[in-house]
Design a protein around this ligand. Structure first.
Ligand SMILES: Cc1cc2nc3c(=O)[nH]c(=O)nc-3n(C[C@H](O)[C@H](O)[C@H](O)COP(=O)(O)OP(=O)(O)OC[C@H]3O[C@@H](n4cnc5c(N)ncnc54)[C@H](O)[C@@H]3O)c2cc1C
Length: 308
């Protein structure tokens, strides 16, 4: 029996709430709106269903990949043969107790920052415009405007590749610039607990509004993208390097270096992942030639790239 058939049988026999989709178009699940189809995409109904499902998949040795809101991934045009597990709105509970906020991995940063504001808690404002989930943000140690997940996170509940539920404290997570230990050990983030500070609700909202305004002013939010395509090299600004290489507006197929923010690659219309990859390589080689700087991608690649 194929992996897909095995997992589908398991879901049908065990879960009431879990949704699954066969031959699913990944354009629907990525902010870049490119990529091929996944053989099987699953949206677990709650944390317990996710845990039981992963334990089954691990026991059967079935390859899988976790995604959140898809705002930092590029999916191969050849699609994904691993089972895709999407942690989204079914796992998005958020609770507040005093100055602690706990959120499930599928909760959106925009919603969580609004929840913090409603409870007069400050510290989450920086994340209000990052279009991802708590799980994706912890995995990436997302950050913006001087703030980052690392500064407010206390602990996470993870499911390890041994199928065990473990609480891990911040000092065990190796959070650095867009990195975390989860990128190497494969832990699945189920929940995160944040320690925030009491603040004034109006001032918190004002700060969030100001940051959103800045984003709209400087980022091409009207186009599909995955945000900054590259990490910031030490001592440089990526956007500036790309701009000074005269690549603003440069286009391959439907993929374009944004005119508004040269650090963003946008899908200007009907881009394929292959267009984006060619553009990434071109930018890397031009920046290397002009400035002898290596640009490392921030976005993560998922699916069957080796056969492209
Ligand atoms: C317009 C735009 C603006 C952006 N601005 C910013 C910004 O200012 N700062 C910033 O840091 N990022 C920014 N991003 C990038 C992106 O939003 C963040 O990296 C975000 O945290 C990704 O979350 P996600 O849920 O979309 O993760 P996904 O893109 O779905 O996944 C990203 C990675 O995390 C892993 N992952 C996701 N969930 C889990 C989980 N529960 N357990 C284990 N692994 C998991 C996936 O396997 C994948 O490798 C921007 C993106 C866009 C499109």
């Amino acid at each position: 029996m194929s992996h897909t058939a095995k997992v589908v049988n398991f879901i049908k026999m065990n879960f009431a709430e879990t949704l699954f989709f066969l031959n699913e178009d990944m354009k629907k699940h990525t902010s870049f709106k490119t990529g091929g189809r996944a053989d099987l995409l699953i949206e677990p109904g709650d944390i317990l269903e996710l845990q039981v499902l992963i334990q089954y998949i691990l026991k059967e040795n079935i390859p899988f990949i976790i995604i959140g809101h898809g705002s930092n991934i590029i999916v191969s045009d050849n699609g994904i043969r691993q089972v895709v597990i999407k942690i989204g709105k079914n796992l998005s509970k958020c609770t507040v107790e005093n100055d602690k906020l706990e959120a499930e991995a599928g909760a959106l940063l925009a919603d969580v920052s609004q929840e913090a504001q409603k409870n007069g808690l400050s510290g989450f404002e920086f994340a209000c415009g990052i279009p991802g989930t708590i799980g994706g943000a912890v995995f990436m140690n997302a950050g913006a405007y001087g703030g980052e997940i690392k500064n407010i996170l206390e602990e996470v509940l993870v499911l390890t590749l041994e199928g065990e539920l473990v609480i891990k404290k911040i000092n065990e997570l190796e959070l650095g610039y867009r990195t975390s230990i989860m990128q190497t050990n494969g832990d699945i983030i189920l929940k995160a607990k944040f320690l925030l500070k009491k603040g004034n609700k109006e001032e918190i909202q004002k700060e969030m509004d100001e940051l959103s305004r800045k984003r709209e002013e400087t980022q091409p939010l009207e186009y599909p993208s995955a945000g900054s395509a590259f990490k910031r090299p030490v001592g440089h600004f990526t956007g500036k390097l790309i701009q000074e290489t005269n690549l603003r507006g440069y286009q391959i197929g439907g993929a374009q270096v944004s005119m508004k923010h040269a650090g963003f690659i946008i899908n200007a219309g009907n881009a394929t992942t292959s267009d984006i990859l060619k553009l990434i390589k071109h930018i890397q080689s031009e920046v290397k030639n002009h400035f002898d700087v290596d640009l490392e991608t921030e976005v993560r690649f998922i699916g069957e790239f080796e056969i492209q």
